[in-house]
Design a protein around this ligand. Sequence first.
Ligand code: AHM
Ligand code: MG
Length: 339
Amino acid sequence: MSRTRQIVLDEFIIQKEKDFPYATGELSALLRDIGVAAKIVNREVNRAGLADILGQAGADNVQGEAQQKLDVLANNTFINSLKTSGECAGIASEEDEDIICIDVDGEKAKYVVAMDPLDGSSNIDVNVSIGTIFSIYRRLSEKCPCTHGDFLQKGREQVAAGYVIYGSSTMLVYTTGNGVNGFTLDPSIGEFYLSHPDIKIPSKGSIYSINQGGYTKFPKGVQAYLDYCQGLDGNNDKPYSLRYIGSMVADLHRNLIKGGIFIYPSTADAPKGKLRLLYECNPMAFIVEQAGGKATTGKVNILDLQPTELHERTPIFIGNKEMVEKAEAMLVQYGQAAV
Ligand code: AHM
Ligand code: MG
């Protein structure tokens, strides 16, 4: 029995070009560069236990976190790939303290990319899902080199954002502001096929995702919301399921498909939380909003925050609207300050 062939990522990108806000082929080229890098990283992640690429690389990144060898490999792979088409004027990466300006032909390169090349570092060595997150902006500077200002734009200004999840299968999910589409890698032929067209987050959810070990250091409002999730306050007669992988990409991917909320709040030790605005929170917020959900700091929509630093952090509550708005209401009622 013959089946209609599914569309592959590169075909899809070209077909959708007309929907891009600026209707250019350059963004297509950039997205294809990202797809190629994702395949290379996927290959390395899959054979990580066989090659000598597990464990620490021996240096710390700008956040003071020990870099894993795969962090470094993924970073180099994406940087090299983004240089290929000549459409990327610069990169901000979790692994690099400053921006990388790509010496391209004058005004030609219209975009800059912020990325977390390998998110979920603590899961690398233990065969648990990890991911790549990317965010694309139109540059503001008129010629090379690019500037910090090109990257310090509100999340609302993103022209595209996406993630790759290296999980039980490898998927690339992205948006250009016209819905969210997911592609699954067929490793036997090395193509991403459209497998999850027009993803919408279910309007009701029953999963909450948070590192609940931090409970005593969370704001009172977060504690109250967690009590509600578990049915401890008597107001939720169907307690939610707690699911927490510790890789934002994997936790959010699951919640996007099944419905749920993911929280990384401020804590007494880390008043701005852990997750980074430019290359973790903004791209995920753009995707989730395009899928019908919502992302907030607890006070402000993530996409409306004005970034002031490349590696700044923010608390985040992200998922389907109903759950995020319930959490927001409890923050207002019980307080947002970490205890
Ligand atoms: P990383 O970018 O160094 O991997 O850190 C980000 C990760 C997220 O993927 C995840 O949600 C979070 O850190 C988990 O942190 P914790 O171990 O505090 O729960
Ligand atoms: Mg990360």
